[in-house]
Design a protein around this ligand. Structure first.
Ligand SMILES: [Zn+2]
Length: 210
């Protein structure tokens, strides 16, 4: 376990967003014409961009990420996760409470009872809950009001598959469908119109540690 972050004597999970980390960046739709360097074909695509930086870097799957700051200024927003740290926890496998590095196989995970039951019944479904190291299981179960209410399940996962993202999908008319999950395999036109906020993963070989 790494050293824990505290605020006024209370442990703050590593992934929690702080009030000073929220960044408001208006988005807009932009038509962009691209030329295929191999075939020479020209195509026009509609894509979601930041108003203040239309050519901001997208990830390898064409998603535009909502980028939170990471300076831990202000006070913890207990119900919110920092998009950058949530992504790092899922992709680089770091404990969501203490940021300790975790193994890519036989990865420890702590889930609420309801989510665990859902994932067992629907193995192809995805989760936004990052992993938690075994040393932090007791702390997380005690600290998180939601886990206290539903009960927590101590799990081991054979491996996690980075499935896609959770975020808002914009329509060509500029309206947004909020809180959608979009896979890496989804059609490019949709990925280009998605504002990604969290990483969604699929947990293979999920089981309760008895
Ligand atoms: Zn930990």
């Amino acid at each position: 376990m790494n050293e824990l972050i505290t605020y006024k004597g209370r442990t703050v999970p590593w992934v929690t967003r702080w009030s000073g980390e929220y960044v408001s960046r208006p988005v807009t739709l932009m038509a962009q014409t691209t030329r295929d360097t191999r075939t020479g074909d020209v195509a026009t695509e509609l894509r979601l961009v930041f108003e203040d930086d239309p050519y901001a870097v997208r990830d390898d799957h064409d998603f535009l990420w909502s980028v939170d700051a990471t300076a831990r200024a202000g006070e913890p927003e207990w119900r919110q996760v920092n998009s950058m740290r949530q992504q790092a926890s899922m992709v680089r496998l770091r404990c969501q409470v203490c940021a300790a590095r975790l193994p890519a196989e036989m990865t420890p995970w702590l889930l609420g009872r309801g989510e665990f039951d859902h994932l067992i019944a629907n193995p192809e479904s995805t989760t936004l809950t990052p992993p938690t190291c075994q040393s932090c299981w007791n702390i997380a179960a005690r600290l998180c009001p939601w886990l206290r209410k539903t009960g927590s399940v101590r799990c081991i996962v054979d491996r996690r598959e980075i499935w896609g993202v959770h975020g808002d999908v914009y329509q060509p008319d500029g309206t947004a469908m909020e809180d959608c999950r979009v896979s890496y395999g989804h059609r490019r036109a949709t990925r280009l119109l998605t504002l990604a906020k969290q990483q969604a993963v699929c947990l293979h070989g999920l089981r309760e540690l008895l």
